[in-house]
Design a protein around this ligand. Structure first.
Ligand SMILES: [Zn+2]
Length: 201
């Protein structure tokens, strides 16, 4: 929520309880930093609940947090994750890259940098991946990843040898392929080998 929304709410609470001495701006700012994750639209609800109490809550921020919980319970549909048009809510993007020493193109997924970031995770921006030579599929590509793979001649998801209509690209790019390795390293060695074969048709 915005600071002025919060300050107006505090002002109303103090007025209702007949407190002529309002908390200092500094105090309000301290409270605000503990509560700024609460959205504007929940403020009226919280303030009204507090105004209905017998007396002014001793711990203002705890009171706000409690009624914020109540608001979330009362409005479950409003706290679902926002729709992400960048990945069509899959949470990931399809990418292709070639190891620095040439060789086969490989397909890998990267977390959607728009909706999959939080305090502990900051996915690599797509522009940065592209700068390293990766090719990222547009989100609404016709034919999906297999079609994109085929149309670009990557040969990871589509058997290139069976398709002579598109010449195979020979771009030379350098991308760290660790992510892809992470996906297969839990497989037993035999299966991992199979995986390698199947992606090298
Ligand atoms: Zn997304």
């Amino acid at each position: 929520m915005r600071l002025d929304t919060f300050e107006a709410g505090i002002d109303r609470i103090y007025t209702i309880f007949g407190m002529s001495r309002k908390p200092s701006k500094d105090m309000q700012l301290v409270w605000y930093t503990r509560l700024d994750h609460i959205p504007d639209e929940a403020v009226n609800f919280i303030v009204e609940q507090i105004c209905d109490l017998e007396s002014m809550p001793r711990n203002m921020t705890v009171a706000w947090k409690n009624y914020w919980s109540n608001w979330k319970t009362a409005n479950p549909s409003k706290i679902v994750r926002q729709d992400c048009p960048h990945c069509r809510n899959t949470g990931a993007r399809d990418c292709w890259a070639r190891p620095e020493d040439g060789g086969q193109w490989m397909h890998f997924m990267t977390p959607c940098p728009v909706c999959q970031q939080n305090e502990t995770r900051m996915p690599m921006p797509l522009a940065e991946l592209e700068a390293k030579g990766a090719v990222i599929m547009p989100v609404d590509y016709r034919g999906g990843p297999v079609g994109f793979d085929r149309d670009n001649g990557f040969g990871c998801l589509h058997p290139v040898s069976l398709d002579t209509s598109t010449p195979r690209k020979t771009m030379h790019v350098g991308v760290n392929m660790k992510q892809d390795f992470k996906r297969v390293r839990h497989l037993p060695a035999g299966e991992r080998e199979e995986y390698g074969k199947s992606s090298n048709w």
